[in-house]
Write a protein that binds this ligand. Structure first.
Ligand SMILES: C[S@@+](CC[C@H](N)C(=O)[O-])C[C@H]1O[C@@H](n2cnc3c(N)ncnc32)[C@H](O)[C@@H]1O
Length: 291
């Protein structure tokens, strides 16, 4: 489809789908929508999305469906990151390249005319989306299977079904030109490390928790821990940061650390009411391996 005709189709779709872009997620679509209309993320929402991703100069950002390039250009100009925009509309690619040139970030940005579903997702450390729910759901298994643990995904407006976001941010937007809810919703997901299985804890010095084993079941980033002793266990996983806690008699323990190279390393800490007093403070390095 040529660019002019495509813009007309997208303009028509934009009016059909304006209410969908209002965040009305429970309203079922009347018709299947095959293309995502071109709707821009306002600059202050772009900045909040990038702040949510905690983007820094060492990151590589991909914006999937990059429109006029505003997210890619902001990642480079405001945060010093390298960034790539993938877009199917060649006119928007040309516009993005010209904008990047004017902003002085042509060498740190790239705009490629590609269908986002043809991509392999091993390179980026941050991915941004402003698509439609069915696009997010089609992308979800690709992102989870191909991206490195710790990679951040930020979506404007649309969620990922039952993959719960790690953070949600809503900003009021009285000037929003479409929809009824006059706000912008942003969601962050961090690709979780695979941690399911049995782990055995070894402490760096003699400790009652030395030799503890913990069985973890995992559904995306949600964990169900079963330690071989203690009660009321809990677990939290964000990317490669894993924390697990449990109670033993009157003491609460927590293991907090990082997953890397198939091991989990960190500190075993006593937590709770008196944990920070000088007599009760206790922090012991541990390493956990698969049992
Ligand atoms: C809602 S706009 C978002 C633009 C920009 N990311 C922003 O937030 O301002 C979605 C963009 O995705 C592009 N798009 C739709 N389907 C695509 C596909 N399969 N591959 C690449 N880009 C696509 C559209 O042309 C449109 O520019």
């Amino acid at each position: 489809m040529d660019s002019q005709r495509r813009r007309l189709v997208l303009a028509a779709l934009a009016s059909v789908s304006a209410s969908r872009f209002a965040g009305a997620q429970d309203a079922a679509p009347a018709l299947p929508i095959e293309e995502v209309p071109y709707v821009q993320t306002p600059p202050r929402v772009v900045r909040r999305m990038l702040q949510m991703a905690e983007i820094k100069s060492s990151d590589v950002l991909w914006d999937l469906g990059s429109g006029d390039g505003r997210i890619v250009i902001a990642a480079a100009t405001e945060f010093g990151a390298r960034a790539v925009g993938y877009e199917i509309d060649p006119a928007l690619i040309r516009e993005s390249r010209a904008r990047a040139q004017r902003a002085g970030v042509a060498s740190r940005t790239k705009f490629l005319e590609k269908d986002l579903f043809s991509l392999a997702f091993a390179e980026p450390s941050v991915v941004t989306l402003y698509l439609l729910p069915e696009f997010n759901m089609k992308l979800r298994p690709m992102l989870l299977a191909q991206m490195r643990p710790g990679t951040r995904v930020v979506s404007h407006e649309w969620d990922m079904g039952d993959w719960q976001p790690d953070e949600t941010l809503v900003v009021r937007s009285p000037e929003k030109p479409y929809g009824t809810n006059r706000e912008h919703k942003m969601m962050l997901w961090v690709i979780p490390a695979p941690v399911a299985g049995r782990w055995r804890i070894e402490t760096a010095m003699p400790h009652p928790a030395n030799g503890l084993t913990i069985e973890l079941t995992q559904r995306i980033q949600i964990l169900d821990p079963t330690p071989d002793r203690g009660e009321t266990p809990w677990a939290h996983l964000r990317g490669t940061s894993l924390a697990i806690g449990w109670n033993e008699v009157s003491t609460r323990w927590a293991l907090r650390g990082q997953i890397a190279g198939g091991q989990w390393r960190g500190e075993l800490q006593r937590v709770g009411q008196w944990a920070n007093s000088s007599i009760n403070r206790l922090s012991v390095p541990f390493v956990a391996k698969r049992a």
